[in-house]
Design a protein around this ligand. Structure first.
Ligand code: WAQ
Ligand code: MG
Length: 261
């Protein structure tokens, strides 16, 4: 099978109508598949959308398309888990790490102050690190990073090596963070899930790696957060184009690995 015979497969599911027509975002997903694995890929996303802690969807769209672009191969970011006892401590640590990654404190405070605007998002907000203003014009949709994956065998080898849980949530988030942080305009990312049963989130960047924080919200809370802090963005459209369109495979090789603090 030649490399350019990969397909991007995407899913989005909502309840109470489709997205943008009053529906509540339930789940989304994206992966890469060969032609022969398409049926399985569609099933994986179908199952993800149908069995979700945010609710039972009454609208779902799954689509696939053949990729013509060359696939970029990237290493996963290094991962560290920071254990915290309270949401307050978790958010303080998140702010500290964002600052360490290069986001000015006043911009972090401003972004966190606007979090309620994030409710029901299915993508990420792009925030400029100088003005603190949102620079995408996608409203509640946000920008959805797509066309990325990590072959399961290679992910499992990585997870076994570091004794991380072999769950698809960590895999998907690390794939996304590794792709996003690779772009030179990305200063840092802040994320926690909008799923009420998952409270671990992370701060990620090229220089601090993928820093998991075990408590960034309370159980039961359906408010999620995904913010990309960006710098020196001359062309917002080409940045968004990279996030949405550049196909990326994450690949890990044991011998090239380095540790982070
Ligand atoms: N592109 C952009 N934004 C996205 C994407 C995407 N592909 N997927 C999700 N989001 C946004 C969207 O606004 C969601 O509401 C929000 O992020 C949370 O998504 O243990 O599970 O998939 O190391 O619920 C991180 C920690 C888990 C994993 C994050 O996010 C770990 C998570 P969710
Ligand atoms: Mg979610």
């Amino acid at each position: 099978m030649q490399e350019n015979n990969f397909y991007s497969v995407r899913m989005r599911a909502s309840k109470g109508g489709s997205h943008g027509y009053g529906g509540k975002h339930i789940s989304g997903g994206e992966l890469l598949s060969t032609n022969s694995d398409l049926q399985q890929a569609v099933n994986v996303l179908l199952k993800k959308g149908l069995t979700h802690s945010r609710g039972k969807p009454d609208y779902m769209q799954i689509q696939f398309e053949l990729l013509n672009e060359q696939i970029k191969r990237l290493k996963p970011l290094n991962v560290k888990t920071n254990i915290v006892e309270t949401v307050e401590n978790g958010r303080e640590l998140a702010c500290f790490l964002l600052e360490k990654a290069g986001v000015p404190k006043r911009i972090i405070d401003k972004a966190l102050g606007q979090l309620t605007n994030c409710f029901g998002f299915r993508g990420a907000m792009l925030i400029d690190i100088y003005s603190g203003k949102r620079i995408d014009e996608r409203n509640a949709k946000g920008v959805r990073v797509s066309r990325m994956d990590w072959l399961d065998n290679n992910f499992k080898k990585w997870a076994t090596h570091y004794q991380f849980p072999q769950n698809s949530r960590l895999k998907e988030a690390l794939v996304l963070a590794s792709k996003v942080s690779e772009h030179h305009a990305t200063v840092a990312e802040l994320c926690w899930s909008d799923d009420p049963d998952y409270i671990t989130g992370y701060v990620a960047s090229k220089n601090i790696g993928y820093q998991r924080i075990t408590k960034l919200k309370e159980y039961g809370d359906e408010q999620g957060c995904r913010i990309f802090f960006v710098n020196k963005l001359e062309d917002v459209n080409s940045y968004i184009n990279y996030l949405e369109k550049q196909p990326v495979f994450i690949e890990w090789e044991e011998e090239n690995d380095t540790e982070i603090d």
